[in-house]
Write a protein that binds this ligand. Sequence first.
Ligand code: E4P
Length: 217
Amino acid sequence: MKFFVDTAEIDAIAELNDLGMVDGVTTNPSLILKSGRDILEVTKEICDLVDGPVSAEVVATEADDMIAEGRKLAKIASNIAVKVPLTWAGLKTCKTLTDEGQMVNVTLCFSTNQAILAAKAGATFISPFIGRLDDINLDGMDLIADIRQVYDNYGFETEILAASIRTVNHVTDSARIGADVITAPPGVIKKLADHPLTDKGLETFLADWAKTGQKIL
Ligand code: E4P
């Protein structure tokens, strides 16, 4: 399973990247706003830092403008994945840019039918939003499982990028189902290491070690 980090904060990406935990990065207009940075500048910095795909999202709503924005974003670096919304204009942009050899991440996916359309348009990644479905009392994991089954039924090569991940259980469940990629905020990725028995066990080991009076270094 690949880990993408869902942020435009350079320091947070660098910290996880140094540990080998970053296979890619996803950004969106809200994350760019949160970073307070210029989209072209911060995206270039992220692309220089990380080897894997870096999603940068278009903001136009008409296909011609989306395509132009996508081509501009794609010029930032060779590891850009142009992110487009799951609208007909977004699908047209996806088809045009993937035909040109560009990686495309189709985002804001909330149904299996939408995911089928993205795969047929040649998407590199489909981003179903788990947390936002959970927010309205639907089960985001059901969507990931449905898309996995349908893509496997037909051999679609589009990678399932489980997005809008809010909890560590979303990560575990995505892994069980077989999502190809998860994208999660740095805080969720760091929480994956937490376990109270690890903390308790370490506390005991350190207390016993102190009683031995020994030193390793
Ligand atoms: C990723 O590509 C999405 O932009 C992101 O995961 C959305 O997450 P949110 O629903 O927590 O904003």
